[in-house]
Design a protein around this ligand. Structure first.
Ligand SMILES: [Zn+2]
Length: 413
């Protein structure tokens, strides 16, 4: 399968208009290269967003086949303490939300290395993961966390129902925005859910992305940039409704949306009503706010590139901290190379000794920074900037300066 240009909207099937923001043709943000692959031609695809003028969904103009992105996925959720705590709290709060209290079945879609599934098990529930990346699902199964190595489709749903019955809790963390066929996910979730079950999805909130200029969350894996209004519209097509919503701080501002079968037992919370009203009154259901966002994105890029060019002219050295996918959007949008950024440190051993996609900047363990400190450190994992700068206090004391690139490039010294 090849990449393709999206003609019709993922949520409503209307014809999509032209792009509103173009970041250029780019390598896949999670396709790190081994050093042997340095001279091989990388897969590239345009990275642009458009907005459906019918339902309002903001989405990528081009879709890369999922197999290219997720078959050997490097993102392992257990790597940070913040995520571990986030998921433990999450499992507990979902259990409290459930109408039924005994013998609960939870299904986690896109279960990664099984972190959330294990949190559900710790809460005394039956739990199953669904994970298309073979390396991650194998790893989870080896540790006794039941994980189906497949996409969340009709067959997977039937397999779960046959073995365990219908699900009381279905979760999809940072998965819903990654899926091309959102309509079939809604249909399959409806089929898998018990009548008073809940379906909980978490995704980066479009409004936060625009408000805080978090355009680095645009990469090929994130097919949709979701606000509550278009989501409500999509769910209604499949007899589902949003009954509650929370803003959670992971990934720099995500929504956790709780969904039930239309007319089921949970009342619609005031937060849902207020958020829908706020999207309307702030102009998020109209085009101009997105055109304005695109203008600002080009401005931030120019500022960061200008700063790096100036530092290099002064003979300074620069490294990067954190090699998350979003860092690669920023690096490749700014066309940084090893001539500008010497290396990037990352604590994920799967990324170490690799080259970053597109820019081919070497990724090394964080200890490398202590032995080879640079004048500046750009924090690509900016949502952990505070933790990182605290951890690197000893370098700061030696005069190393930190650059937090977003929402507006800022130097912390
Ligand atoms: Zn649409």
């Amino acid at each position: 399968m090849e990449q393709y240009k999206k003609i019709a909207c993922r949520y409503c099937d209307a014809k999509l208009p032209n792009a509103i923001l173009e970041l250029g043709s780019m390598a896949l943000a999670n396709s790190f290269l081994t050093k042997d692959q340095e001279n091989e031609k990388e897969f590239e695809c345009p990275l642009s967003i458009t907005r459906c003028t019918n339902c309002g969904l903001v989405q990528l103009t081009h879709v890369v086949p999922a197999d290219l992105m997720f078959s050997n996925y490097l993102y392992v959720s257990s790597t940070t303490a913040t995520f571990r705590k986030h998921f433990a709290d999450y499992a507990r709060s979902m259990k409290e939300k459930s109408i039924k209290k005994e013998n609960l079945l939870a299904v986690d879609i896109g279960s990664n290395d099984g972190l959330l599934v294990s949190c559900f098990i710790n809460e005394g529930m039956k739990a199953v993961g669904v994970e298309p990346a073979k390396n991650l699902s194998d790893d989870a199964n080896k540790r006794g966390i039941e994980t189906i190595n497949h996409y969340f489709d009709e067959n997977t749903v039937q397999q779960i129902i046959k073995k365990h019955g219908k699900a009381d809790i279905i979760t999809a963390n940072n998965v819903f925005a990654h899926i091309d066929n959102s309509q079939s996910v809604c249909k399959n979730a409806f089929d898998l859910m018990s009548d008073d079950g809940i379906f909980v999805i978490e995704f980066p909130y479009l409004v936060t992305m625009v408000d805080e200029m978090l355009f680095d969350m645009i990469y090929h894996e994130h097919l949709s940039f979701i606000a509550l209004t278009p989501l409500k519209f999509l769910l209604a097509r499949f007899k589902l409704e949003i009954f509650d919503v929370d803003i959670v701080s992971s990934h720099g501002g995500s929504l956790r949306v709780q969904i039930q079968k239309m007319g089921s037992k949970h009342p619609i919370s005031k937060r849902v009503v207020d958020m829908l009203k706020s999207e309307q009154s702030r102009g998020f259901n109209d085009q101009p706010i997105y055109l304005d966002f695109a203008e600002k994105v080009y401005h931030v890029k120019n500022k960061l590139v200008g700063f790096v060019d100036q530092a290099k002219k002064e003979g300074k050295t620069i490294s990067g901290y954190g090699a998350p996918a979003k860092g690669n959007t920023l690096i490749n949008f700014c066309k940084f190379t090893p001539l500008k950024i010497d290396y990037i440190v990352d604590d994920n051993p799967l990324k170490q000794n690799m080259l970053s996609p597109g820019a081919k900047i070497p990724v090394v363990p964080s200890s490398y920074l202590n032995d080879h400190p640079t004048d500046y450190v750009i924090i690509f994992a900016w949502n952990f900037a505070k933790e990182i700068i605290e951890k690197l206090q000893h370098l700061k004391n030696k005069g190393v300066k930190f650059i937090v690139p977003l929402p507006e490039p800022t130097i912390v010294s």
